[in-house]
Ligand binder design. Structure first.
Ligand code: HEC
Length: 272
C-alpha cells in the first residue's frame, strides 16, 4: 500500500503537471492568436516588394561578360514576357530539353544572354553573390504572377515523367528519422510547434503551400525562393543538401505545382 506521503507527492506532481500543461496550452493559444494578429499586420507591407523592385532593375540592366540584360529571357511565354509566367512554371523548355523551375530557368537565361556560369550559382550560398541576384529576380518575376491562377501544363511527356519522379520522392522515406516529405506534409491539420503544415498531396493544401512561395520570412528577415524552402525541408528531413536547381528539386516542385493547379498564386508570400 502507498504511504500518505507518497500519495501526496504523487498528487502534487499531478497537479503540477496539469498546471504546467494548461499553462502551456494557454500560452500556445495566446501565441497562436498573436501569430494570427501578426500575420494580419504583416500582410499590409511585404518587404519582398523592395526586392522585387531591385529584381526589376536587375532584369533590365546589362550585366556579365556579355553585357546584356535579361529583357530577352524566355520564361515560357515568349522572350521578355514576365507577366503570368510564374503561374505556369515549372514547364518543359525545348531549347534546354529540360523541365525547369524559375531558378533553373533564370540560370539558363543568365548563362545564354549574359555569360554567367551557372556552376558559380550552384556552388554559391543562399543570399550571397549571384544566387542573391537570382533571388531578387525571383521576387520580381513571382510578383508579376500575383493573383493569377496556377496553371501548370502537364501535356509534355517529360512533365509527366517529372511529376511521377516528384511524387515518388515525396513519399520516399529516408534519413535517420525515416521521414518522407509526406510524413510532415501528407495529412490534413498537421502542425509542428506553431506552424501549420499544409497537406501538399491534395489540391487545397498544395495551393496554399505552393501558391504562397517564394516568400519573405519575417523571423529571418529574409526572402526565400522555393529552392531555398526545399533546401530547408531536406534539412528538416535530415537528408543531404540537395543540389541547387537539380532535377530532384525541380521534380518535387512539379509534383507540388501540378497538385496546386487551379489555385491562386499569392506570391510573394509572407511567412513568420
Ligand atoms: C520533419 C518535418 C518536415 C519534413 C520531412 C519536410 N518538411 Fe516541409 N516544412 C516543414 C515545416 C516545419 C515547414 C514550415 C517552416 C516554417 O514556417 O518555418 C515546412 C514548410 C514547407 C513548405 C511551405 C509550406 C507553406 O505553406 O509555407 C513546403 C512547400 C514544403 N515544406 C515542402 C517539403 C518537401 C517537398 C519536403 C520533402 C523533401 C518536405 N517539405 C519535408 C517540415 C517538414
Amino acid at each position: 500500500m502507498k504511504s500518505k506521503a507518497m500519495k501526496a507527492a504523487g498528487w502534487a506532481a499531478a497537479v503540477g503537471w496539469s498546471l504546467c500543461a494548461s499553462l502551456a496550452l494557454a500560452q500556445e493559444v495566446d501565441t497562436t492568436k498573436g501569430i494570427e494578429e501578426y500575420r494580419r499586420m504583416i500582410q499590409d507591407g511585404n518587404p519582398a516588394d523592395l526586392l522585387a523592385m531591385e529584381g526589376d532593375e536587375i532584369w533590365t540592366t546589362s550585366y556579365g561578360p556579355k553585357q546584356q540584360s535579361l529583357a530577352q529571357c524566355d520564361l515560357g511565354l515568349g522572350p521578355g514576357v514576365v507577366k503570368g509566367a510564374y503561374a505556369r512554371l515549372p514547364r518543359y523548355f525545348a531549347d534546354t530539353a529540360r523541365v525547369q523551375d524559375l531558378e533553373s530557368r533564370l540560370m539558363t537565361c543568365m548563362q545564354t544572354l549574359q555569360g554567367v556560369d551557372p556552376e558559380k550559382i550552384v556552388k554559391e550560398d543562399f543570399l550571397k553573390g549571384e544566387r542573391l541576384r537570382v533571388a531578387k529576380l525571383v521576387a520580381y518575376v513571382v510578383t508579376e504572377s500575383q493573383g493569377e491562377t496556377i496553371a501548370v501544363d502537364t501535356a509534355h511527356p517529360k512533365m509527366q515523367e517529372m511529376y511521377e519522379l516528384g511524387r515518388r520522392m515525396f513519399f520516399y522515406r529516408a534519413g535517420p528519422m525515416d521521414f518522407s516529405c509526406a510524413s510532415c506534409h501528407g495529412a490534413d491539420n498537421q502542425r509542428i510547434r506553431l506552424q501549420d503544415l499544409p497537406n501538399l498531396t491534395k489540391q487545397k493544401g498544395a495551393a496554399a503551400g505552393w501558391g504562397s512561395w517564394p516568400a519573405y520570412r519575417v523571423s529571418a528577415s529574409q526572402f526565400w525562393t522555393m529552392q531555398h524552402r526545399l533546401w530547408d525541408c531536406f534539412r528538416q528531413q535530415r537528408l543531404a543538401e540537395p543540389i541547387y536547381g537539380s532535377d530532384a528539386t525541380v521534380a518535387l516542385s512539379v509534383y507540388m505545382a501540378v497538385n496546386a493547379n487551379g489555385g491562386e498564386m499569392m506570391t510573394p508570400g509572407i511567412k513568420r
